[in-house]
Design a protein around this ligand. Sequence first.
Ligand code: ZN
Ligand code: CU
Length: 484
Amino acid sequence: MKTQHFDLIIRNATIIDGTRAPRYTGDIGVRDGIIAGIGRLEGAGADIEIDASGLVAAPGFIDSHTHDDRLLLSDRDVTPKLSQGVTTVVTGNCGISLAHSPVPDGAPTPPLDLLDTEGGWFRFQSFRAYRETLEAQPAAINAACLVGHTTFRVATMDRLDRVATASEIAKMREMAHESLASGAIGISTGTAYPPAACASTEEIIEVCSPLREFGGLYVTHMRNEDDDIIDSMEETFRIGRELASEVVISHHKCVGTHNHGRSPETLALITKTMGKQAVALDCYPYIASSTVLRYDRLEQSSKVIITWSKPHPEFSGVDLDDVAKRLNMSRADAVEAIKPAGAIYFMLDEQDVQRILKFDDTMIGSDGLPHDAKPHPRLWGTFPRVLGHYSRDLKLFPLETAVYKMTGLTAAKFGLENRGVLKNGAHADITLFNAGTVIDAADFEDSTRPAIGIETVIVGGTTVWRDGKATGARPGRVLMRAQM
Ligand code: ZN
Ligand code: CU
C-alpha cells in the first residue's frame, strides 16, 4: 500500500476541533492548504513535520469583532491578532469601514477617526476597490469584511445631524448593494455614536435592504446599551425581521452602575427571540470599554484613561483626572481641550461580563482599536485571556467551549464555510497553544505586550507565526459568505 504523503503533518497534538467535542490525541495532515487527514497518521510522511506533543491544536481563532480594516494594509502581519492565534478577523464593525470612503477632505469625522485621524486611508470609493487592494497585498491572516452605515452617511450627507433624505438613502442603498455584490459579508451600524444616532430605524432598513437579496448579516453597535437597552434590542430584532437577516449584537454589555446586573434580563430576551429569528452576539472579556472620548460617558464610568489625543498626544495612557489636574481645568473642560481623542471607560460589571461570556451563543470578539497610541489591552489580549483566565483559571467553561466560542460558533454564525473546525476538507487554519501557560500579558498599564503560550499559527497550510514572531508569510484571503 502506498504511504500517504502530506505537505505538512502536525503530530501528537491534543486536538480540540472547534465543535465542543471532547479533546483527543492525534495527527493532522495538510495538503494544498486543506486538512487532508486527521486522527492517527503514523505511516504517513510529509515535507514539514511539527511535533505538537503537549500542545493543543485548535482551529485558528476568528475575531468576530474588529476594527482592523486599515491594520490589514498597514501592518500586514497583523501582529496584535496573529500573536493571539487569530487567523481570521471580521472587519468593518460599529458602522465604521474604509469603504465606501468619504471623498477625502482632511480629518475624518468621529468615530471614523478610530481608523485614521488624518484621512489618507479613506480612499476606497467602492468595496471592490478595498477588497482588490487587500487581495493584491495580502495580510498574514484572513479577513471577512462588513461595510459601515456611518461611513456611508459621511460619504453621502452634507449634514449628519438629521435623518437621510430619500435621495441620500438611495445613494447609500447603492453603496450597500455594490459592497454585498463585491463580497462584503454584511452591513454594520453604530447608532450609539452621534453621526449615525440621527438615523431612524426606517433609514437603516432602507439602506440595508440589499441584505434581503444577498443574505448577509446585520451587525450593530446598538443605539443604547444602558437604560434603554431593551428598546434597542427590540429595534435590532425588528430590523433583522424586516431584512430577513441574521442580526449580530456587537460587544453585548450593560453600561452604567445602575444597569449592572441586568444581563439575565437581556440574555433571556435573546434566548426568547432566538426561537423566532436568527440572533448572534459577541463579547470582549473585560470590564472596561473603549471608543472615542465623549463627555456623556464620564458619569457612567468609575475611571477614564485617555488612549490617544490629537492635540495632546502626551496624555495617551493618562487618567482623565490627572489630565484635568495638569491642565488646571474641570473634567468637562479637559475633555473639550484634548478632543479629538479616545478613551477607556471602566463602566461594566464583572458578573455581567462573565454571564454574557458564558452564554451558549456568545462569540468572542476583541473590539481592539489598533491605531490608538495607548490602546485598551483587549487588542493584544482577548483570546488568550478567555482561554487562560476565564476558562483555565476561573473555570467559567471547559476549554472545548472556550475554543468553540472563538472558532466553530463564529464560523457558523458568519457563514464561513469549512473554517472554525478541524476536520477533513476544512481549510488548514490552525493554532497550536500551550493550555497550561496560555494567558494575556497586556494589561491597562502595559497594553501592547504579546500574549504568552501561543506557539505556532498556520493559515491555509502556511506557518505564519512561530517562536514568538511572524514568519513573514502572507497567505491571508478575503473570505466570502457561503450561500445558505
Ligand atoms: Zn462598537
Ligand atoms: Cu467596535
